[in-house]
Design a protein around this ligand. Structure first.
Ligand SMILES: Cc1ncc(COP(=O)(O)O)c(C=O)c1O
Length: 427
């Protein structure tokens, strides 16, 4: 099982049998409030009819078509819809099947882009400590999670460096929204570019909000500064929006919310409301154009997957993007954000809580770790919330909340009250 204590789980399984809207039904017949949109993914709520029907219809009409030298219409329709909500200038899409594939694809596109322009020495990729970019060799190399890297040490991509992470309990604990301190941490990018020389640096990849390592909100001015430094040195900026995309921050992408436009966006998860696996890399036109050279019968990018632009995924994506628009769900997230902020910060002062942070429809409660047993306390909180019919997610010693954007205020109350009740009982 993925990222799971297999033996512990099999001794006491937690199985879900159905879902609808804001709720799962568990194997023992309980209705579980989904406080994490599946896994930062089911932004429109579960088993939404228009998406289900689009997938059903597509499965009957055309189950599969290769994207190698031919295709079906679905992926082009989905790409058009995706580009319409992407930041201006990002107007070409490469479809993949997951966030991990999106990241590895973006890194390869970055190298190919520079090479196509005659700057093939630009090979260095810069990620960030505490970054999560999936589990491909590219993703774990630019990623900054020790536990995901240690087993593979020595076999990661060679030309990689890392920015420092932006999380500081000392300076920013209990911030509402973007923390005040930390824009200057972006200046380390200037240092790394000097170290490697700009002529060797291809791209920088960051999550606008780091999710899997505990919901790390970018300090005010930080992303802007990364953009300026990349521009100064001809380095591509990639935003990994696998969790921040599709309304999580109150706009289509975090790039909109923070007012910083990257050169590429990686996305997945809520692209199809997680109903069919799909990811995408959205690129600026200059990147697409750089590849469109040479003989017209030559393949421009030697990369792709059997399931790139799979018809079922494309149908799910098109229906999902329509639903987001019809129900104005990104706007709804922006409107609900202050309510979630107030609710979650009402937990300040409860035992073991060392930080509470939030942005858009994401919130995190960081707990003091048990000495020598990091993650144990938060995992216990997860188990106790689940017993109380609420699904939360834990990363390290942080409880993360990222509900579907259709959540009602009364359900935010239930979610936060349950977490509060559990915090009062934790060891
Ligand atoms: C920012 C980010 N990038 C990449 C991934 C990997 O996505 P997947 O699990 O679909 O491969 C994730 C997954 O949570 C993520 O949060």
């Amino acid at each position: 099982m993925p990222f799971t204590a297999n033996r512990q789980f099999k001794a006491l399984p937690r199985l879900l049998v159905s879902a609808e809207g804001m709720h799962y039904t568990s194997h023992d017949g309980r209705r579980i409030l989904d406080g994490i949109a599946g896994l930062w993914a089911v932004n429109a709520g579960h088993c939404r009819k228009p998406i289900v029907e689009a997938i059903q219809k597509q499965a009957e009409r055309l189950d599969y078509a290769t994207g190698f030298q031919m295709h079906s219409a679905g992926p082009f329709i989905a790409a058009d819809k995706l580009v319409r909500i992407a930041p201006q200038g990002l107007d070409h899409v490469f479809f993949v099947n997951s966030g991990s594939e999106a990241v590895d694809t973006a890194l390869k596109i970055a190298l190919g882009y520079h090479r196509a322009r005659g700057e093939g020495t630009r090979r260095v990729l810069i990620g960030r400590e505490r970054g999560y970019h999936g589990v491909g060799f590219g993703g774990i190399s630019v990623g900054g999670m020790g536990s995901n890297r240690k087993t593979f040490a020595g076999q990661l991509l060679p030309a990689v460096d890392h920015l420092p992470h932006t999380h500081s309990l000392e300076k920013n604990a209990h911030s509402r929204g973007q923390p005040q301190w930390g824009a200057e941490l972006a200046d380390d990018l200037e240092r790394l570019i000097q170290l490697h020389d700009a002529s060797n640096v291809a791209a920088v990849i960051v999550e606008p909000i780091a999710g899997s390592t505990g919901v790390l909100i970018p300090p005010k001015g930080y992303l802007e500064r990364l953009r300026q430094i990349c521009d100064r040195h001809g380095v591509l900026l990639v935003f990994d929006e696998v969790i921040t995309g599709f309304g999580r921050t109150g706009s289509a992408f975090a790039a909109h919310t923070f007012g910083v436009t990257p050169d590429m966006i990686t996305c997945a998860k809520a692209l199809t409301n997680a109903a069919v696996p799909m990811g995408a890399v959205i690129v600026k036109r200059k990147i697409y154009d750089a590849f469109m050279q040479g003989p017209e019968d030559a393949i421009e990018l030697y990369h792709g997957y059997t399931y790139s632009g799979h018809p079922l995924a494309a149908a799910a994506a098109a229906a999902t993007l329509d639903l987001y628009e019809q129900e104005r769900l990104f706007q709804r997230a922006a409107e609900l954000a202050p309510y979630l902020e107030d609710a979650v910060h009402s937990l300040e002062g409860l035992p073991r809580v060392i930080d509470i942070r939030n942005f858009g429809l994401v919130a995190a409660i960081e707990l003091e770790p048990i000495a020598g047993k990091t993650t144990t306390r938060a995992f216990e909180a997860f188990l106790r919330c689940y017993e109380k019919n609420v699904l939360v997610r834990t990363t390290g010693d942080t409880i993360a909340l990222s509900p579907p954007l259709i959540i009602e205020k009364s359900q935010i109350d239930q979610l936060v009250e349950t977490v509060g009740d559990v915090l009062k009982t934790l060891p």
